[in-house]
Ligand binder design. Structure first.
Ligand code: SAH
Length: 235
């Protein structure tokens, strides 16, 4: 029997954000290789063997090559494998790299989209990325390396920003006024969820002590937060 690999998006939060397809694959996969950014209640839905392969600051690091080699070996042994990633596998999840490696090795694979934190973490809190009259574009970028220029958009979502807030402030001031509202959203949909509202000028202090994972959203839409923030989430 020929094995198959599913590159599965677990969504950014708990199991309610999983797609039905992701749930089916989790139930059918014999082996589930997962990142640490997958919610424990999602992992609990897997029926097969769970193999943690954390990287990029989340848990023990497994080199990317070792992960892809393992996926290929398991599929060649005829196993059905789920490679489970937080959010969407194709958004800063190295899904593309793994897909290319599988394609080159001749392994059948399928990508199962997930709710990315870059969009879902905002909407789960009741916050829009676009808003008539305020924002007609949004961009998602990594905040990991603040020496690189930021994309141009009305609303800017920066992933992995926490260690780089000082440098990001300088970059943001090239695009936005110091008074532009921003929010740091941490652990959305996870225990310890936290939201901090401020302005560009409040960086980097606004992020002090905030748990990860967190993202930064900047733009006039953030000014709606005071009114729109879903209070029933206990924020
Ligand atoms: N593939 C993932 C992103 C991986 S990069 C996705 O589509 O969501 C990891 C970054 O995602 C974190 O540093 C953080 O910026 C963001 N992130 C992931 N889950 C999050 C959550 N529950 N709350 C806030 N930010 C989150």
């Amino acid at each position: 029997m020929r094995g198959k690999v599913y590159l599965v998006g677990a969504g950014f939060g708990g199991p309610e954000h999983l797609t039905l397809k992701a749930l089916r694959v989790l139930e059918e996969a014999e082996v589930v290789l997962h990142d640490r950014l997958v919610h424990p209640e999602v992992l609990a839905l897997a029926k097969g063997e769970l193999v943690p392969v954390g990287k990029e600051g989340y848990g023990e690091k497994t080199p990317q090559e070792a992960i892809t080699e393992r996926l290929i070996a398991l599929a060649r042994a005829g196993r059905t494998v789920a490679r489970l990633k937080g959010g969407d596998p194709m958004v800063f999840g190295r899904g593309g790299e793994e897909a290319l490696a599988l394609r080159r090795a001749g392994i059948p694979f399928e990508v199962v989209p997930g709710a990315t934190s870059a969009v879902g973490a905002l909407s789960a809190l009741g916050l829009p990325l676009t808003h008539r009259g305020l924002a007609r574009s949004f961009a998602v970028a990594t905040g990991h390396d603040p020496s690189l220029p930021l994309p141009q958009a009305d609303t800017l979502v920066l992933l992995m920003p926490l260690h780089a807030l000082e440098g990001l402030k300088e970059r943001l001031l090239e695009r936005f006024s110091p008074k532009t509202p921003l929010a740091l959203l941490a652990r959305v949909g996870w225990p310890g969820e936290a939201v901090r509202l401020g302005r560009v000028e409040d960086l980097p202090g606004l992020g002090a002590g905030l748990p990860s994972p967190a993202l930064l959203v900047v733009g006039e839409v953030v000014g709606l937060y005071g009114e729109l923030l879903q209070k029933d989430r206990g924020l």
